[in-house]
Design a protein around this ligand. Sequence first.
Ligand code: 5GP
Ligand code: MN
Length: 318
Amino acid sequence: MNNSFDEIIEEIENSQNIAVAGHISPDGDAVASCCALAMALEKKGKTVDVLLEPVPEKFKSIPYSDKVINTVPDNDFDLFISLDCGDESRLGERAELIKRTFTINIDHHVSNTYFGRLNFVDGDASSTSELIYRLLDGWCNIDRDIAYALYTGIIFDTGCFKHSSTSPFTMQIAGELMTYNIPFTEIQERFFYSHTAVEAKLLGTAIDNMVILCGGRLAVSKLSIDEMAKHGGSSKDADAIVSYIKNTDGVDAAVFFYEKGPGEIKASMRSNEAVNVSQIAIKFGGGGHVMASGCTLHGKFEDVMPPVVDELIKALEG
Ligand code: 5GP
Ligand code: MN
């Protein structure tokens, strides 16, 4: 059951030292929602530590991201706020804070396990950044830096206002954020209309590796560490590839397997209304949203891929 924003704000008002953290392998929404909330909390006179794994280069334009701390401090906090994490394991090392700190969990993953003492989960929200906007609305004044961060988080998780999670309210918020004079064209360009040469090369290899199954409805591809290294890249250059594969005409679901470390394979899934890929990811220890989910598998490609592909085929044919 959700708590109200009033209850959450009261807990924040009664705390001084606050830790804010997002999920491992932080994406645009995780970095942006953490940074936006941290800037707002500092405006409220709080002492804040944002705890995240290293911020990928492309998200370093988000204000406050240079202040992120990669380790978990030993000191006690009055309050811990987890953002954009469907379950405790998504916090990685930061999960230990839940045991020793009053925890608030704010998230938009349908698979959320309500692990906080206070929880606000809205599976229909476009992004955690949208939820942070709602939290701040009427409580803390937004400024240009906060607007920059929230706008970035929203466009990242909506695929630039494209995914079905984009609501009229999302657009209303984005319009409001634009009034803070943020460079919205540049932000969209950076995240959606440009790529590095290495990313382009990896995309080429992944497209080459793509197989189409299920009468044209399922696209599957993979990239090994060696294939990425051949072009001077690594898994961090491959996280946008699944969308390109999903964009293939006639494809209702796509899964992209890529190696993050030796024997550690990330599966990224995307779909349309035809399949709930969150349910499939949960079966393999992951989670996410109805049309975008992921999980981490351990083993060789030839062993870990077939069970996931079989589940997708079953779901498509079911
Ligand atoms: P992506 O495929 O872009 O990494 O992730 C798509 C969605 O699935 C994101 O909302 C992300 O939070 C979620 N997701 C990705 N990998 C995992 C995972 O290993 N565990 C869980 N619980 N969620 C994941
Ligand atoms: Mn998110």
